[in-house]
Write a protein that binds this ligand. Structure first.
Ligand SMILES: [Zn+2]
Length: 261
């Protein structure tokens, strides 16, 4: 399904209690999709995240990683590479390094990656134990071996002032001379969204649009997995203000269940 200039695909899903996603949600298990974007521009093709991939099961076969698979039941009907066929992907923009966003990276051996240096350091740091990475939903086995040679860090892109249509976000990074990369802090270290035309892919800044439209924040328990829950709430407030300032800007959240994909 096309949303503005971004074509969306559902690449796997997991199950969680709805009550975790937003206040007032039901205590019932719901299926949460992992949505990725494909932007086909005449000069290059860009993917926004890669979703889950069958290798997630490989990467979570042994302890401690098995805990991830046990606490978060995952289903992958069709990998992204199967869904997009032989589309040549030039760049993969990584919103953050959680397993449900980088599962398919190894399927694009010719693509360059665009990602946060801070986020990359957290997943690749040799001094951090596998267990403590796991508690942050980081599975380093999903990264291609040559990742470091193929990545362009967001923090090194030209920093630009944003137009008033994106306020209260005032600054971002310019990618490929036409996309704006904007920090959406709180959910994970080095969590970024990307503006493509009239669409803002906000990844995990919110899980459900009700957080934005009805101020129903995720369950307090989820602060355990948030990198910084104070920053998270500030980001939600900024997105709410943006939505008022520019109601026609389409916001795409990775795990939004009501999206028509
Ligand atoms: Zn995430």
């Amino acid at each position: 399904m096309r949303h503005g200039e971004i074509k969306l695909f559902k690449v796997g899903q997991c199950a969680h209690f709805e009550s975790m996603l937003f206040r007032g949600g039901a205590w019932k298990s719901v299926r949460i999709p992992a949505i990725v974007g494909l932007v086909e521009h005449p000069s290059e093709t860009l993917l926004i995240d890669t979703g889950y991939a069958p290798r997630f099961f490989e990467a979570t076969k042994t302890f401690p990683e098995k805990l991830y698979a046990l606490t978060t039941p995952v289903v992958v009907e069709q990998s992204l590479s199967e869904q997009i066929g032989n589309t040549q992907v030039d760049f993969v923009f990584i919103t953050h390094f959680h397993a449900d966003h980088i599962g398919g990276l190894r399927d694009f051996p010719h693509a360059s990656f665009i990602a946060s240096r801070k986020g990359y350091e957290a997943i690749s740091d040799a001094k951090t134990s596998r267990f403590s990475k796991l508690t942050k939903a980081l599975l380093p086995a999903l990264l291609p071996e040559d990742f470091a040679q193929r990545v362009l860090f967001i923090e090194d892109l030209p920093r630009v002032e944003l137009s008033t249509s994106l306020h209260p976000f005032t600054h971002g990074y310019l990618l490929l001379e036409k996309y704006f990369v904007i920090a959406l802090e709180g959910h994970a270290l080095g969590h970024y969204g990307i503006v493509v035309g009239e669409t803002f892919f906000i990844a995990d800044a919110i899980w459900d649009m009700k957080t934005l439209t009805q101020s129903r924040l995720p369950h307090p328990l989820t602060s355990l997995i948030m990198e910084d829950s104070v920053a998270y709430k500030q980001t939600v407030k900024k997105l709410q203000a943006l939505h008022v300032n520019n109601p026609t800007l389409r916001l795409i959240a990775t795990h939004e269940r009501s999206l028509d994909v």
